[in-house]
Design a protein. Structure first.
Length: 161
């Protein structure tokens, strides 16, 4: 039984990282779920202390905010409208279902570009805002990856030692 629980822990952690590029998977909650399965069902609450859980949960909340903040900050920095932020979110949520995983990058870029053209920007300005959105989005994914990797390393260290 314990082996199956370990498989579940690893599966949830891997799914968390897959969630960085597949928007329908909640990346950070899956990672935390993997830690929780270990803590409550394998370890009995001994190795992962209060400090680990407080840090993990605070970082989890911050990482979920990174999704929204990184794109909107980039859109604003590059002169985009509020509608461009909405277009970026819609692009992330819809395009992967239309054109597959590459849609997570193409979707926000295309929709922001089109939205900025609709609100009377020229193609150069619209491209600049779309590019800024893409940079913010990818930057957010990179930051989330690094923090999640750090949490997994910390978790592994606590479990092994």
């Amino acid at each position: 039984m314990e082996l199956l629980l370990w498989v579940l822990v690893f599966f949830l952690i891997i799914l968390g990282f897959v969630g960085l590029i597949v928007p329908v998977l909640p990346d950070v909650p899956l990672l935390v779920a993997g830690f929780a399965v270990y803590h409550f069902l394998i370890d009995g609450g001994e190795q992962l202390g209060t400090g680990f859980w407080i840090t993990t949960l605070l970082l989890a909340v911050l990482l979920m905010l990174v999704d929204y903040i990184s794109s909107s900050v980039a859109v604003k920095k590059y002169g985009g409208s509020t509608l461009a932020v909405v277009a970026a979110v819609l692009g992330v949520l819809t395009f992967p279902f239309i054109i597959g995983p590459i849609g997570i990058i193409v979707g926000p870029f295309v929709l922001v570009f089109l939205m900025e053209l609709v609100i009377k920007r020229n193609a150069t300005e619209a491209f600049k805002v779309a590019y800024g959105t893409l940079v913010g989005f990818l930057g957010g994914i990179f930051v989330k990856f690094l923090v999640m990797l750090g949490l997994v390393i910390w978790f592994s260290f606590l479990v092994i030692f």
